[in-house]
Design a protein around this ligand. Structure first.
Ligand code: 1CP
Length: 348
């Protein structure tokens, strides 16, 4: 007898599923005591991402607690610049710190030939998660692999870390478009290579996180968000027919429609501010939507959480919806609130 299809894969293949499948961005992380226990054993975050036994274990932790419809590989979007030899450290309480890429010499120093070898432990994590899901009986849970989209990865490489507006990145895109494009081309190639390796290792869905897409003007959004996504999706489709891609152009606003239609993604992630009806009207019927509960409603819990979740479930009933947050879960989230949310969705 064939196993029933996984709900997430059904939605991505074009079939509405109700109640909708649910998973949460950053579902493995500091809000879970069992994550903090493993994290305490490996103070270096990069080392944790390169530790297949522990990375697979923390990926499975939220599945055991909440029975999500997807597990997402535990790694970070900044592991790609690390593998390119750009350098990366996570400072306690500060987030990521990288060298600032500002000139051609810095792009010349990046070495894409080492990416597969340096990220081999991540592929081992993917294999372990797949076998772990099977061994623990999570037959309906799909495994999502991911990468940062080239623009967002470039943001961290150019800025040297996080920023509120990525001003240096935008300024460089205008001031030296040839240099910027050379970096983007290199990142497109490396991203295809990295995602393709994840698919080979057992990822069933691939997600592109473009967390800072919304800082760009419409012109630059087309050049550095839509075009790279389109190139990555087209090449993955040849290499891995049948593996769907979810794109998350965060804060894209009205540009979300053009992104959904032109990029070739199977689903588009909606950030917290997107009005569900307006988003569906822009995205069109061929692309599923994922989102978009405010992570802070999940912190608050209670009636506010129920009302916010209900408004998404009502607004998107009958659509191809993957229930998720509008951005990552935050460390102060009480795990019980996550359990209550999953119960509410399952009863929708
Ligand atoms: O101290 C810790 O334990 C580190 C916290 C942490 C975690 C749990 C970081 C540092 N990264 C991660 C894991 C992670 N990051 C995942 C794993 C899978 C899951 O979702 O459970 C994923 C998909 C990411 C993706 C990621 N990393 C993004 C894209 C999504 C988003 O949130 O916008 C971005 C922008 C990053 C960079 C990053 N990594 C970590 C931090 C603190 C940051 C943000 C830095 C900043 O700009 O402030």
């Amino acid at each position: 007898m064939n196993a029933p299809p996984k709900p997430l894969l059904s939605v991505l293949a074009g079939h509405p599923v109700w109640p909708p499948p649910v998973w949460l961005m950053r579902q493995a992380g500091r809000y879970l005591p069992e994550y903090r226990a493993i994290r305490a054993e490996v103070p270096d975050f990069v080392a944790l991402c390169l530790d297949p036994v522990r990375a697979a274990e923390v990926t499975l932790q939220p599945i055991r607690r909440f029975g999500f419809d997807a597990a997402i590989l535990f790694s970070d979007i900044l592991m790609l610049p690390w593998a390119l030899g750009h350098g990366l450290a996570f400072k306690e309480g500060e987030g990521p710190v990288l060298p600032k890429l500002r000139d051609a010499a810095a792009v010349d120093r990046l070495d894409p030939t080492q990416v597969r070898a340096k990220l081999a432990p991540v592929m081992e994590t993917v294999r372990r998660i797949r076998s772990g899901l099977t061994a623990e009986g999570f037959d309906a849970t799909a495994l999502i692999g991911f990468a940062g989209a080239p623009f967002t990865v470039a943001c961290y490489m150019i800025e040297g870390g996080g920023s509120k507006d990525f001003a240096a990145t935008r300024a460089l895109a205008y001031a030296d478009p040839a240099l910027f494009q050379r970096l983007m081309d290199l990142l497109v190639d490396a991203t295809v290579d990295y995602l393709s390796a994840q698919a080979d290792a057992g990822a069933e869905v691939l997600m592109l996180f473009d967390s800072w897409a919304g800082v760009l003007s419409p012109t630059l959004f087309r050049t550095h968000v839509i075009a790279p996504a389109q190139r990555i999706v087209a090449r993955l489709r040849v290499l891995h027919p049948g593996i769907p891609v979810i794109g998350f152009p965060r804060l894209a606003g009205l540009m979300v429609g053009e992104y959904a239609k032109a990029s070739g993604v199977a689903a588009v992630g909606l950030d917290t501010g997107m009005e569900p009806h307006a988003a569906v009207a822009l995205v069109g019927g061929d692309v599923a939507v994922q989102g978009n509960l405010d992570p802070m409603a999940l912190v608050a819990g209670g009636a506010a959480l129920r009302a916010e979740a209900a408004s998404i479930l009502t607004g998107l009933r009958g659509q191809r919806l993957i229930f998720n947050l509008g951005h990552g879960i935050v460390p102060q989230t009480p795990p019980d609130h996550v359990g209550a949310l999953v119960e509410q969705i399952r009863a929708a």
